[in-house]
Design a protein around this ligand. Structure first.
Ligand SMILES: *Cc1c(COP(=O)(O)O)cnc(C)c1O
Length: 399
């Protein structure tokens, strides 16, 4: 293969829908916390495919499971019983308070399932006509029509009118506004414990407690979107566990099969009554290879104690970044951390700094224009954080 970056870029420009502003990097191979481009140049991966490769790229145990399961059974559809799904569901339910799982293929679909379940629970179990879902400003819940309606960022809705009804957005961290928005029409409140696309914004302890109490008080369902925060990333298996709250429904995806497309919606026994046979379905969801890989991911997360590791490395990174903020107080306006979800907010748009870090061999991304976002593999070497901090120091010093 002697494709060059330029020829690949030119060929792609003629054939793919123009939906992505790509980074100037073609990835040929990935391993652990390293990416390699077409020329074999090595990069430190602090993005993990956007919080996906939690146990690292090309984990040998997962490669083995993929190969073995591919020989045994890939797909038969959800018309059949498949042990792989049950094994995975049992493992996932062991990590939390929920009682039932629905498997699907992406984060957006997991959230769609959650909203459909909430509405159907209200309409068929409680027998009222509550349908509205309240979400928070700055949130991100996916790109289907339903989920751009749920997402609290107007720019994602541009050009897609009419936007589906039934979603209301309230300001972040304002319990009074939330209380005022809840009405007899409200079926659920849906939140992220840490807004990822929203710039790594952890919810305050006080708001989380108030939110859970309000939902209980007003008999509306609490849905937590754990698509980015779940699977040990923030220092506990699920982020809501650090807050001591128990949502009626929550969703997972991104890291679930460490890079294969998989989502899950988990619900309590009571909320799950909203789904009966035929109510909701998917062709691919929970297929053999996906389920077997995800089960192995759950094992690795637990065996390698990656929640503890995320907490420890997050605290370590905060130490490094706090020192940097001390050196560059006018440039770094805020640093935010929830385990290995790290945000460094600059006083100006961050793309130039981001580009220089990429040139130095560090892959990360920018959210909300001014925030450098790090969501590395939870298995990353600690020294990558030192190396990154030093590269950022050099970049900021040269501005
Ligand atoms: C990525 C993400 C989604 C959407 O997941 P897709 O798999 O891209 O559909 C939804 N919610 C949150 C919090 C996410 O980070």
């Amino acid at each position: 293969m002697n494709t060059t970056f330029e020829t690949l870029k030119e060929r792609e420009g003629k054939v793919l829908c123009n939906t992505y502003g790509r980074y100037p990097l073609a990835v040929a191979r990935a391993e652990g916390a390293r990416l390699f481009d077409l020329e074999g140049r090595r990069y430190v991966d602090l993005l993990a495919g956007i919080a996906v490769a939690n146990v690292g790229h090309s984990h040998p145990a997962l490669t083995k499971v993929i190969a073995e399961q591919a020989e045994k059974l890939i797909h038969v559809s959800n018309l059949f019983y498949q042990e792989e799904q049950v094994v995975l569901a049992e493992k996932l339910l062991d990590t939390c308070h929920s009682d039932r799982v629905f498997f699907c293929n992406s984060g957006a679909e997991a959230n769609e399932a959650a909203v459909k379940l909430a509405r159907r629970y209200m309409q068929t179990v409680r027998k009222n006509d509550a349908y509205e879902v309240i979400t928070l400003e700055g949130s991100f819940h996916g790109r289907t029509l339903g989920m751009i309606a749920a997402t609290g960022q107007d720019k994602l809705k541009e050009g897609f009118a009419p936007i589906p009804e039934g979603f209301v957005t309230v300001p972040w961290n304002d319990l009074d506004a939330l209380a005022a928005a809840i009405s007899p029409k409200t079926a659920a409140v849906m939140v992220e414990m840490v807004q990822g696309e929203g710039g790594i914004r952890p919810m305050s302890e006080e708001y989380a407690q108030g939110l859970a109490a309000l939902c209980k008080d007003k008999s509306v369902l609490l849905i937590v979107d754990e698509i980015q925060t779940g699977l040990c990333r923030t220092g506990s298996f699920w982020a809501f566990q650090r807050y001591g709250i128990e949502p009626d429904i929550f969703t997972s995806a991104k890291g679930l099969a460490n890079g294969l497309p998989m989502g899950a919606m988990l619900a309590t026994e009571e909320a799950a009554k909203g789904f009966t046979p035929g109510a909701h379905a998917t062709t691919f969801g929970g297929g053999g290879v996906l389920a077997a890989v995800a089960a192995a991911v759950v094992d690795i997360l637990q065996e390698e104690k990656l929640a503890e590791r995320a907490a420890e490395l997050g605290a370590y990174a905060m130490g490094l970044f706090t020192a940097l903020q001390g050196e560059f107080p006018d440039v770094i306006t805020e640093i935010r951390e929830a385990g290995l979800m790290l945000g460094i907010e600059l006083a100006f748009p961050a793309m130039d700094v981001w580009k220089q870090l990429l040139d130095k061999g560090f892959v990360l991304n920018v959210t909300q224009e001014r925030v450098l976002r790090l969501v590395p593999p939870l298995t990353m070497p600690k020294s990558d954080l030192d190396d990154f901090a030093q590269a950022l120091r050099e970049t900021l010093a040269a501005l």
